[in-house]
Write a protein that binds this ligand. Structure first.
Ligand code: NAD
Length: 357
């Protein structure tokens, strides 16, 4: 519980603003912050699915939840400046690669311009504020090589989602240099970092076109699980890993706002970077039943094949490290879905406490 105590010292009683609090990662982050004693306010679109954590944990009555569009700059600025946050975690995004092929311009707008709107709001805060912008491991120009990507590697992006997140990073870099330059920290008091995490799994994700939700939905309906990219390798990790990583990063920025105003990768240990087919097999074994079938669509839009992340910087500078291996991450995920109709608050809280211990 050393980690929990340390985070509690930073976050207890602090004002924390989260964009994207109705989504999968945002919902977990809200619950962790509530358990740490923070005062949390969220800003996002209404949840798309009504069996996620946002509804099951009754956030509308346990936190300050604002339903709004990140494209509505005026409303966003009003909600941020009236709250006067100590910390901001920017998660709101169109986060799906396949959807980005259907709505490329909208994806660029929400992900890149939406980030600029958050940064404009931060410019108007006349107080110390720490901001973590959540992008993705997909911001790296993917060379389909075996080497894990480091924070200093080239940014790029083939599909519109990846490119929109790389674009968001360029927006952040420009604001950091132009308005929140660490050299002038004493005058603006803002520290801006970027967090790049790999693919996350965990209870409460019901998104379309994501592997775990697709598997779980098929298992509940006793259907065969269909997988389309069995050999794709991704840095899978439980959702609590990056969430705690973001909190540790912001904690470090709060203590040393200049040193930690940079980019950080959050991913699993090398041995837990699995191919899709391996992950599916592990999920079915843990679930206790079910079967899968590979159906490769030769006309499917391009998705990266091989993606590994180097997490040395986060391990050394933040003293963050992955706590759950792939097997534990999968068993916690399966446990959540199998029990989500029971007392989900107890199940969710128990998983958070187990993570800390
Ligand atoms: N899930 C992953 O595997 C993964 C991996 C790497 C990075 N990320 C990043 O983490 C963040 C959260 O992802 P998630 O998995 O929770 O996705 P999600 O789809 O579950 O949640 C997205 C959130 O963004 C909000 N949002 C979307 N469009 C908006 C708009 N126009 N205005 C206001 N809010 C809007 C949604 O309402 C929701 O709250 C995203 O920035 C995503 O790119 C996710």
């Amino acid at each position: 519980m050393e980690l929990k105590n340390s985070l509690e010292q930073t976050y207890r009683g602090k004002k924390v603003f989260i964009t994207g609090h109705t989504g999968f990662k945002g919902s977990w982050m809200v619950r962790v912050l509530q358990l740490l004693g923070a005062q949390v306010k969220g800003y996002a679109l209404a949840p798309v699915y009504h069996n996620g954590l946002f509804d099951l944990l009754d956030y509308p009555s346990t936190m300050h939840s604002v339903i709004g569009d990140i494209s509505d700059k005026k409303y966003l600025i009003q909600e941020i400046t009236s709250f006067q946050p100590d910390f901001i975690f920017h998660l709101a995004a169109q986060p799906l690669v396949r959807e980005s092929y259907n709505t490329p311009a909208e994806t660029f707008h929400v992900n890149a311009i939406g980030t600029a709107h958050v940064l404009d709001a931060v410019r108007l805060l006349e107080k110390k504020c720490t901001l973590v912008c959540i992008t993705t491991d997909k911001v790296y120009e993917n060379k389909e090589w075996i080497h894990p990507y480091r924070e200093t590697d080239e940014l790029g992006g083939y599909d519109p989602y990846s490119a929109s997140k790389a674009a968001a990073e360029i927006v952040i870099q420009s604001y950091r240099r132009s308005f929140f330059n660490p050299r002038n920290y004493a005058s603006h008091q803002k520290s801006i970092s970027v967090a790049r995490a790999g693919n996350v799994i965990g209870g409460g994700d019901w998104s379309a076109d994501r592997l775990i939700p697709d598997i779980i939905k098929a298992l509940f309906q006793q259907q065969t699980v269909i997988i389309r990219n069995p050999a794709s390798v991704r840095p899978w990790q439980h959702v609590l890993e990056p969430i705690i990583g973001y909190l540790q990063l912001a904690q470090k920025q709060h203590e040393d706002p200049i040193k930690f105003a940079g980019a950080y990768n959050f991913g699993p240990h090398t041995e837990d970077t699995l191919a899709v087919e391996q992950l599916v097999q592990l999920v079915l074994n843990t679930w206790g039943s079910g079967q899968y079938e590979v159906q490769i669509n030769p006309n499917a839009p391009h998705e990266a094949g091989l993606l590994r992340l180097d997490i040395t910087k986060s391990q050394l500078e933040l003293t963050w490290k992955p706590r759950w291996n792939a097997e534990t991450a999968i068993s916690k995920t399966v446990e959540w879905y199998q029990e989500h109709k029971a007392d989900i608050r107890a199940v969710t809280d128990a998983q958070i406490i187990a993570y800390f211990s």
